[in-house]
Write a protein that binds this ligand. Structure first.
Ligand SMILES: *Cc1c(COP(=O)(O)O)cnc(C)c1O
Length: 234
């Protein structure tokens, strides 16, 4: 059973928190967008969010995301909806992503970006792309190391059917607020330096249910919130 009312109350509460975090950080009102991460959650949960005027959704699994996108093609609000792919990308899945999603947050190598560009249908708007950065410097995590971001941007920015909009990160889980802040700030620093060179760079995707406020304090422009909206995942 989906509790639509709970989802709508959670959304209102989170939006309120975002506005407060913007104020606390001396940032303009509405400078941070809310991406509702609906992975593993059913159609009815997304419908409840749409009815509360939430129009941006994030999905991690290609086939599940595509099924949802196709389902909502007949929804009266479908023109307003924006679908973001935020999960790990295997090269055999790039075609489905390029054909169905509006944004991709998780590009971490040139080969994937090239495939997305080649496979993006030309009658669609360019695919909006973020580079996923590994701010914790652990070799095992996905994402480009900080020092490799600039050269990758250089290559990706030349591609035809994608538009490079910024950076994304999933910091290693830590309960040390100082470490959390460090990870966000190191990403913000690289983001600011790249903005000078790339005029379309305007999106810094960081912050999830547990670390949203710290991310907004460090310049996040879009927070990816799942469990705090839709409840815990199984
Ligand atoms: C699942 C997920 C989220 C949302 O996480 P919550 O803790 O549920 O808010 C955000 N970003 C990515 C990349 C995710 O995979």
């Amino acid at each position: 059973m989906i509790d639509s009312q709970a989802i709508q109350e959670n959304l209102a509460h989170i939006l309120q928190n975002i506005r407060q975090d913007e104020l606390n950080a001396n940032r303009p009102e509405n400078s941070v967008r809310l991406l509702a991460v609906s992975k593993t959650k059913p159609i009815e949960a997304i419908e409840a969010a749409i009815n509360a005027n939430q129009f941006e959704f994030g999905e991690n699994y290609v086939q599940e995301g595509v099924d949802k996108i196709l389902h909502f093609q007949n929804h009266p609000q479908h023109q307003a909806l924006t679908w973001h792919f935020i999960g790990p990308i295997q090269s055999n899945k790039t075609k489905l992503i390029a054909e169905h999603f509006d944004w991709v947050h998780s590009v971490d190598r040139l080969k994937i970006a090239q495939r997305l560009s080649n496979q993006r249908p030309t009658q669609l708007a360019p695919l909006q792309v973020l580079i996923q950065v590994n701010t914790s410097q652990e070799a095992s995590k996905s994402g480009v190391l900080l020092q490799d971001v600039a050269p990758l941007c250089e290559e990706i920015s030349k591609l035809e059917n994608i538009e490079l909009r910024g950076l994304m990160s999933i910091p290693a889980p830590t309960d040390d607020p100082q470490k959390q802040k460090q990870a966000f700030e190191s990403l913000e620093e690289v983001f600011e330096s790249l903005k000078v060179k790339y005029p379309n760079f305007d999106t810094l995707s960081m912050g999830m249910s547990a670390d949203m406020s710290a991310a907004i304090a460090s310049g996040s422009t879009i927070v990816r919130i799942g469990s705090a909206i839709f409840g815990a995942r199984n």
